[in-house]
Ligand binder design. Sequence first.
Ligand code: ZN
Length: 94
Amino acid sequence: MEKTIIHVNPKFTSQKCSKCEYIHKNNREGNIFHCLNCNFELHADLNAARNIEIPGKSEYFRLLSTSQSLRFHESMPMGMVETSNKPLPSGKGS
Ligand SMILES: [Zn+2]
């Protein structure tokens, strides 16, 4: 059973600056995110969305590339990569 689960801690996404990654509970002022470290300002929900998107994506692509390389190695000895692109040269050489 293979299942890809990407964990993103939702607790800090609303407190974490999507620009400089500084985390502080006072970064958020109601609906507005205001970074105390770099003065970056954004709607709090948008800032949280950015924080969820970026680490989630990199983890997803890491897992994706891992599974792809495994599949690539499995199919290599059978030559299935070649035959799927072009028909077998059956009439050649005889
Ligand atoms: Zn910041």
